[in-house]
Design a protein around this ligand. Structure first.
Ligand code: PBG
Length: 326
């Protein structure tokens, strides 16, 4: 049959397919989220995230070393805070001698060339399990929370880490944190703002990992409504004005349109958080033999990059890096 255009010609061999590939994943795109335990010589698997462990500092140092050998240089570290340390005001979060801040300093000291990001939000340290301060009526207070977030960010910056990651979704937090960092001589500490963070069911396994689920209600008065795309522009405008260095979309896979929207409208690097539930779904289906988990993993990561994310926070980082090295 006579046809001028046959798109299949550009798919006829591996060589041609690779040559015309528009998107290529690189290990340097990845940031690996890690869960930090208090204490020594402990490593426990997160039941709802097969292959993902919580580590005490000594073992986390080993894990980071292994990852660095695979080419992963960026890590986002979250603390597992035991119930006895939790209170209304998340006071442990800004104590310099709390194990999280102490460990961050050790990690950064051991691996000065690694890029270490920390999380700023009250939930792991709060008895209410919310990202902000809760009043008697159960309202999440915005401006009062900023003071706590500011102290938390400063305590983390003092450990020498590279990037502060405000994941709390309070209004005005990027500027508030930027000001405190600058006033204290931390002009070089970056901020990766959780710009468009949606109130998502896909955070479930993460809350298991940290035991940080809200004790009442949900996070819908601060995290965004999954129905909204244009609202992401409002958040991104603010973060850009307030001095963010990266704009993040979270979750990633159910929000590829939002990643693309920010990529098309902003010049700052776009990050996407391929969250816990997105990891667990692939793993669970793989374990059931319902899909090829390795292929689904690589396709998911590629789609996040294709949508416009340069930085991909993903629990698949190590596994994907191993595969990409092979
Ligand atoms: C805390 C925080 C959450 C995640 C990252 N930081 C949970 C939440 O907001 O409830 C989710 C990460 C994931 O699911 O992998 N503010």
């Amino acid at each position: 049959m006579h046809m001028l255009k046959r798109p299949r010609r550009n798919r006829k061999s591996v060589a041609i397919r690779d040559m015309v590939a528009e998107t290529k994943l690189s290990v340097s795109d990845f940031m690996f989220p890690l869960f930090l335990l208090e204490g020594k010589s402990q490593k426990t698997e997160v039941t709802s995230m097969p292959g993902i462990y919580r580590f005490t500092t000594d073992l986390m140092l080993k894990e980071i070393e292994e990852c660095m050998k695979l080419g992963i240089r960026s890590f986002d570290i979250f603390p597992v805070v035991s119930e006895i340390h939790k209170d209304k005001t998340a006071s442990k979060s800004y104590e310099t001698d709390f194990f999280y801040n102490q460990s961050l300093a050790k990690i950064k000291n051991e691996f000065p060339e690694a890029c270490i990001m920390t999380d700023v939000a009250m939930d792991p340290y709060s008895i209410d399990g919310h990202d902000g301060l809760v009043d008697e009526d159960g309202n999440i207070l915005n401006d009062e929370t900023l003071e706590i977030l500011g102290s938390m960010a400063l305590a983390q910056a003092e450990t020498g880490i590279d990037i502060i990651g405000p994941s709390d979704m309070m209004d005005g937090r990027v500027e508030y944190i930027r000001d405190i960092l600058d006033e204290n001589g931390f002009e070089e500490t970056s901020i990766m703002s959780y710009t468009a963070k949606y109130a998502s069911a896909f955070y479930g396994p993460f809350r298991d990992a940290l035991d940080s689920a809200p004790k009442f209600g949900d996070k819908k008065t601060y995290q965004m409504n999954p129905a909204n795309q244009r609202e992401a522009i409002i958040e991104a405008d603010l973060d850009e004005e307030e001095g963010a260095d990266f704009l993040m979309v979270k979750p990633a896979l159910a929000y590829l349109d939002v990643i693309k929207l920010l990529k098309d409208n902003y010049d700052l690097p776009i990050a996407a958080y391929n969250v816990s539930g997105e990891y667990s779904m692939v793993k669970a289906a793989g374990q059931m033999g319902w899909l090829d988990a390795e292929k689904a993993m690589m396709e998911s990561l590629l789609s996040i990059k294709r949508a416009g994310a340069k930085v991909i926070l993903t629990y698949f980082a190590k596994e994907a890096a191993q595969l990409m090295k092979a």
